[in-house]
Design a protein around this ligand. Structure first.
Ligand code: ZN
Length: 269
């Protein structure tokens, strides 16, 4: 009788341990699966020849993009002057030389990403795009810091400056990407400089841009979740725009503290 009870308890403990082990393992497996999907978004066409014609087209498309982004949404509460910087290699990344209809795809991708700024409309922000400027490829290659120096070095720098470039991780193999931190964007917390690595997923690009703008408005990560989001696939805790590794690209939620912080940040503008 006693032995049966002990046996049952041991079995119970065994199954619980096995279950927990499998549960925790499924977290990184799920993350790996997601990484594979994200990875495939990073494959550009990269097949246009950068002839004179290429740069002429780029310039025409940039001007038309600037016109489209300049539209005013008439929210007078807090206006933030914004400049968008685009890399010359975006067109190279997105253009398929065999499909003449997709020439300005890059500009449409930028437009969709920039619409991420609308996430702050409900909180009284109105980002007014003034210019779409060009980051030369030579500067782009040097990374986020140099792009920031480039933007900051202009005489009439805007209050918000966001650059969009192709993700350099596209040149890595899948395994190299798994071992490297996947970065989709960067920004200085509380300052007017941010960057987004554009890829083929419009929802991700838009979400990343909103997340980086959040940093620029003084928001920091909800770091306490970083471990759990990796190891617990069914993590039920609070997630939002500022969670790191939030793979739900339609989640733009801010908590009360974050809303108070961006409210306070209005004094800067
Ligand atoms: Zn972040």
């Amino acid at each position: 009788m006693k032995r049966e009870v002990v046996d049952r308890i041991c079995k119970g403990i065994g199954y619980t341990l096995l279950g927990s082990f499998l549960y925790v393992c499924s977290g990184p497996c799920y993350a790996m699966y997601k990484s594979m999907n994200i990875s495939s978004n990073m494959e550009g066409q990269n097949n246009r020849e950068k002839t004179e014609e290429y740069y002429e087209e780029f310039e025409k498309e940039r001007k038309s993009l600037e016109q489209r982004l300049r539209t005013d949404n008439d929210n007078e509460e807090t206006i933030v002057e914004t400049d968008i910087y685009v890399s010359e290699s975006l067109k190279y990344f997105f253009d398929d030389k065999d499909n003449l209809n997709d020439n300005d795809d890059w500009a449409r991708k930028v437009e969709k990403a920039v619409s991420g700024l609308d996430a702050f409309e409900d909180y009284g922000y109105d980002f007014r795009v003034r210019y779409v400027r060009v980051i030369p490829e030579s500067i782009e290659k040097m990374g986020f810091k140099h792009i920031t120096y480039y933007m900051a070095g202009r005489e009439d720098t805007a209050e918000f400056n966001i650059s969009l470039v192709p993700n350099p991780l596209q040149k890595y193999s899948f395994w190299e990407r798994i071992q490297t931190d996947m970065v989709f964007g960067m920004a200085y917390v509380g300052h007017g400089y941010g960057m987004v690595y554009l890829d083929n997923n419009d929802s991700l690009n838009r979400h990343t841009l909103a997340h980086e703008a959040g940093h620029m408005l003084n928001l920091i990560h909800r770091e306490e979740n970083a471990f759990l989001t990796w190891f617990d696939p069914f993590y039920f805790g609070e997630r939002g725009l500022m969670s790191q590794g939030n793979l739900n690209y339609s989640d733009y939620t801010l908590n009360e503290t974050e809303i108070a912080i961006i409210g306070e940040s209005k004094k800067r503008f």
